[in-house]
Each structure stands twice: as structure tokens, then as C-alpha cells.
Design a binder for this molecule. Structure first.
Ligand SMILES: *[C@@H]1O[C@H](CO)[C@@H](O)[C@H](O)[C@H]1NC(C)=O
Length: 539
């Protein structure tokens, strides 16, 4: 009997414990198990650095458990069980090889600073991306659903039409420090008196001339967008996107409405690297997210070279786009000779081996850049100043000598110089001498290295890591159905109202009316008194 009661009690207790455990388990399950979302990431530009940024977004989203469909020109970079890749093979032709060859840039064959040229080139990039058969198939598929679309902004806003096919929110991704062309989409254009255009290499405070130039850049850009770009985008929207919206019997909004309807903008920026421009609530800084925080160990041979470098290592890389075979011969030889005169060890990432190399100069075809920069003996980074490279320099706290070549590189290097951890060298056939001077001046003055360390501290001193932030905000947009609470009220106010031109018009009208009335009154009185005088005279 006792035993039966006892076993009953035990069973009861066990049951209670089990139900407790079950509820704890359920709670845990709800906390840990976030619903996987279906996300489309569009980053088809066939530039290596753009692909690294696109891959980074995809990597963090898939690692967080989400299903991602990714439109990219580099389909072999990644694989994951939650990842579907759409190969934008036709986008490879958009950036022509010779356009980014160092020789043609030095000879100024193409002007990659020309905004009109960029608009046309990147418009073609966007058109190709939406027109490829695999993407058209994706649009056509009635079973395909997306919870959000992340699209890279690259001088085209055509992708803004795509969310209407799926009735889902849009998240812009901006690859550089925030500038007027992207801020306009989620808030308003910033004041050109203290914010640089995305192609300008100047940083505030501006001189009088510069300030006028920045204003001109904005007005000219707006003019091009309104008179050329928008028309073409409208045409492609009608051709490649609207049929699919109609197919699904959904309303067809105007492209202009959709451009300004993104929920958020993720920006590859951070105040440690760029400026401290005021930003709207729907702009989220995630600069540095592409860097793998698990730095891989160096390959044995490189590790040995770096460990044994008594005077430190100078790492030289002109990025992934500039091919070594296009380096002018004289320049190559001049650089090798110059590096040979330095006491530091030089690791040069270069596509070909160079004959008669001095002992301290090592050529590597492929370089694990983060692992090199992370090595304590790395004392200097000579770079073309691509944003990824300048970001990595700050991440690892290494000073730089920048040789900007095109696009945002001038701005990045200008900023780095201004922040005090860099020197700039102008790309030319005879730059070896200048490069040597700048290398020596940076290495002989400890203030550059200590500034790089200080910025690195600012960069790392964040509440959450940029990758966590990325995942959080994408999920937040889905969870809150487009995050309408973050929408900037500035988007609803036309420019003439912001400048109070309507009020000015009213004030003018009132003043004019009053003046008119006064004039009438005066002339009436005056005429009357004139008449009176006249009649008096007649009397
Ligand atoms: C704008 O975005 C919101 C949130 O994603 C969406 O609900 C709404 O339908 C969009 N507006 C238009 C005109 O498509």
C-alpha cells in the first residue's frame, strides 16, 4: 500500500517535472528557433569587391538559418544547403577588362569618375540582371515567395520594381559611405555644403569653390536622373517586371513610388572609416561585416617570411581588379628596384613572378589579406584604396599608403589621409620615387601606426558586431512587415515645402496685395486731393 502511494507520488512528481521540462523546452524552442525566412539577394555586378560584399550578406543570412536565393556573377564562391544561386553570367561583360586595366587608367582612356558614363554602365548591369532567363523564370514562378529582397544600389534603382511581384519589403544595400544619391531614397538629400558626392574626393569642411562644386554635382546628378536615367528605368520596368506583376493579378505601382518605398538601407560604412553625417533611422551601418572574424592561419611559407621579418613587413596589393599583366614594364621594374632598397620585407600580391627580385621582396599570386594584415609584424599596407582594403586596414589597425586608381578609391584615401593613418601617392609611370618617400615618412613616424590602432579601437568598440546587426535588421523588416515605423517623414514632403517656398510665395502674395492696396488708396487720395486742388484753382 505504502509503496503504491509512494510510487504514485513519485510518478506525480516525475510527471510534474516532465511537464516543467517540456514547457522549458518549448520556451527554449521558441527563443532559439527563429523562423527561417525566404530572402532574395540581388548583387550581380561582376566586380570582385562587389561580389565579396554580396557574398558576405548571403553568408550571414544563411548561417542564421534563412533560405537565400542569390543573383551573382560569381556562382562558385559559395555553397550552402539553404542557398540557391542564380548565375548572372551575362553581367560579366558590363565592366570591360580594359576599363579597369591599370595602363588604360593611367593613360586616361576611360573616365570612371564621369557620372554620366557610370549611369549608363550600371543601368546596363541592372537591365541584364533582370532580363536573364533564369531571373525571368524566377519572376514567373507562381509558387515562389519571398519575405524580403536585399538589392545592391549601384547607380540604378530598377530593382525597386521587383518587390511588387512578391508583395514583400525591399532593403537597399549601399556599398560605400552614405551619399546624397542613396540617402534621397530613404530620407532626403543631405546638404551639399557639408556632404560629399559619391565620386568626389573632397571631405568637409569645403572651400567656397568646393562647396559650389558639390552643389553642382548634386544638381547635375539630379538632372541626369530625371531626364535620362528614370526614362530608361521606366522602360525596363515595363518590359521585364510589370508583366509578372500583372500575371499575379497584383496592383502595378509606379516605379517612382517603389523607389522611395524601401524599408531600410544597409550601408557598408562606419564612422571609424567615413564621416559622421547625420543619418535617418532607416539607415543601418554594417561596415566591416564582410570580414571573417575567424582569421585563418597563414600558409606555412608566408608565416615563416612574416615571423622572420626583423624590420617588419610591407604588404603591397592593388586589389583584385587591377591585373598585373597590365602594369607598364618600367613601373614594375622601378617598383622592384625601389622595394629592394628598403630594409623591410615586402610581400607583393602580383599575378606574375618578377625576375631578378631582391632578397627582401616576395611575390605571391594569391594572398590571404586578412591573415597578413593581422600578423603583428605587418607595419604597412600599400593599397589601391578600395573600400574593402581600407576597411580591413582599420579592422587590423595597419597604416596605409594609398595609390587610388578609380571610383571611390580617391575618396577613401583622402579620408584615410585626413584621419591621419595614411599617405597618398599619385598613380603614374614614375611613382616609385614618390612611393619610397611616403613609405619612409610613414614608417619613420610612429603617429601613423598609433592612429591606425586608435581607429581600430573605434571600429571594434560597438554594441553588436556588424554581422549580427545585418541579420537583425533584415529579420526586423520581415517581422514588422516592412518596418513602416522607421520610415522617414521627409519622404512625404516635397522639396519646395522643405524650403518653405510655398510660405515664401504666400508672404510675397500678402506683401504684394498690401502694397497694391496701399498704392490704390494712395493714388485715389492723391488724385482726389489733386482734383480738389484743381477745383480750388478753378475757383
Ligand atoms: C511599400 O512597402 C510596404 C512594406 O513593404 C508594402 O506593404 C507596400 O505595399 C509598398 N507600397 C507599394 C506601393 O508597393
Amino acid at each position: 500500500m505504502m509503496l503504491a502511494i509512494l510510487s504514485c507520488e513519485v510518478a506525480g512528481v516525475l510527471q510534474k517535472m516532465a511537464s516543467h521540462l517540456l514547457s522549458v523546452f518549448c520556451v527554449l524552442l521558441i527563443v532559439c528557433y527563429c523562423e527561417p525566412y525566404n530572402i532574395l539577394v540581388i548583387s550581380p555586378l561582376a566586380g570582385r569587391s562587389h561580389a565579396i560584399l554580396g557574398d558576405g550578406i548571403v553568408r550571414h543570412l544563411t548561417n542564421a538559418g534563412h533560405k537565400v536565393t542569390y543573383i551573382t556573377s560569381f556562382p562558385d564562391n559559395m555553397s550552402h544547403k539553404n542557398l540557391t544561386i542564380i548565375h548572372a553570367s551575362e553581367n560579366k561583360g558590363v565592366i570591360k577588362e580594359q576599363m579597369i586595366s591599370i595602363q588604360s587608367i593611367m593613360d586616361k582612356d576611360f573616365n570612371l569618375q564621369d557620372i554620366g558614363f557610370l549611369f549608363i554602365m550600371f543601368m546596363e548591369n541592372a537591365r541584364k540582371a533582370v532580363s536573364i532567363p533564369a531571373v525571368q523564370e524566377l519572376f514567373k514562378d507562381n509558387n515562389q515567395k519571398f519575405d524580403a529582397i536585399v538589392a545592391e544600389w549601384m547607380f540604378s534603382e530598377l530593382y525597386a520594381g521587383i518587390p511588387s511581384i512578391y508583395d514583400c519589403p525591399l532593403i537597399w544595400f549601399s556599398t560605400v559611405d552614405p551619399h546624397w544619391m542613396v540617402l534621397k531614397l530613404i530620407d532626403e538629400v543631405p546638404n551639399p555644403a557639408y556632404s560629399s558626392d559619391c565620386l568626389s574626393s573632397d571631405i568637409p569642411p569645403f572651400s567656397f569653390r568646393r562647396r559650389a562644386q558639390e552643389l553642382y554635382n548634386q544638381l547635375y546628378g539630379l538632372y541626369l536622373q530625371n531626364w535620362f536615367v528614370n526614362g530608361m528605368e521606366q522602360q525596363y520596368y515595363e518590359q521585364y517586371i510589370i508583366p509578372h506583376i500583372r500575371d499575379k493579378s497584383k496592383p502595378v505601382p509606379s516605379l517612382n513610388t517603389l523607389k522611395y518605398n524601401a524599408s531600410l538601407m544597409l550601408g557598408n560604412s562606419h564612422s571609424s572609416m567615413g564621416g559622421a553625417l547625420k543619418l535617418p533611422q532607416n539607415y543601418k551601418e554594417i561596415g566591416g561585416y564582410h570580414i571573417d572574424t575567424n582569421v585563418k592561419p597563414l600558409p606555412e611559407n608566408l608565416k615563416k617570411i612574416m615571423d622572420n621579418a626583423k624590420h617588419g613587413v610591407i604588404y603591397f596589393s592593388m586589389g583584385s581588379n587591377l591585373k598585373s599583366e597590365n602594369f607598364p614594364k618600367d613601373l614594375k621594374e622601378g617598383l622592384v628596384k625601389m622595394f629592394g632598397e628598403l630594409k623591410q620585407t615586402v610581400i607583393w600580391k602580383f599575378g606574375e613572378d618578377l625576375p631578378n627580385r631582391p632578397k627582401n621582396v616576395h611575390i605571391v599570386q594569391w594572398a590571404p589579406q586578412p591573415s597578413i594584415l593581422a600578423h603583428p609584424n605587418c607595419v604597412l599596407f600599400i593599397t589601391h584604396g578600395g573600400l574593402l582594403s581600407t576597411t580591413e586596414a582599420i579592422h587590423f589597425g595597419v597604416p596605409i599608403v594609398g595609390i587610388p586608381v578609380f571610383a571611390d578609391q580617391f575618396t577613401n584615401i583622402e579620408r584615410a589621409v585626413n584621419k591621419g593613418f595614411a599617405k597618398k601617392v599619385t598613380l603614374s609611370y614614375t611613382m616609385a620615387k614618390e612611393l619610397k618617400e611616403q613609405v619612409e615618412s610613414i614608417l619613420s613616424d610612429p603617429k601613423y601606426a598609433s592612429k591606425a590602432k586608435e581607429l581600430s579601437l573605434i571600429y571594434h568598440d560597438r554594441l553588436v558586431s556588424p554581422s549580427d546587426e545585418l541579420v537583425h535588421w533584415v529579420e526586423h523588416v520581415v517581422r514588422t512587415k516592412g518596418a513602416p515605423h522607421l520610415r522617414s517623414p521627409a519622404l512625404m514632403v516635397p522639396w519646395y515645402q522643405k524650403l518653405y517656398l510655398d510660405l515664401l510665395a504666400v508672404v510675397f502674395a500678402v506683401i504684394l496685395t498690401v502694397l497694391c492696396l496701399l498704392w490704390k488708396l494712395y493714388s485715389r487720395l492723391f488724385k482726389k486731393s489733386n482734383k480738389n486742388i484743381g477745383s480750388k484753382k478753378r475757383n
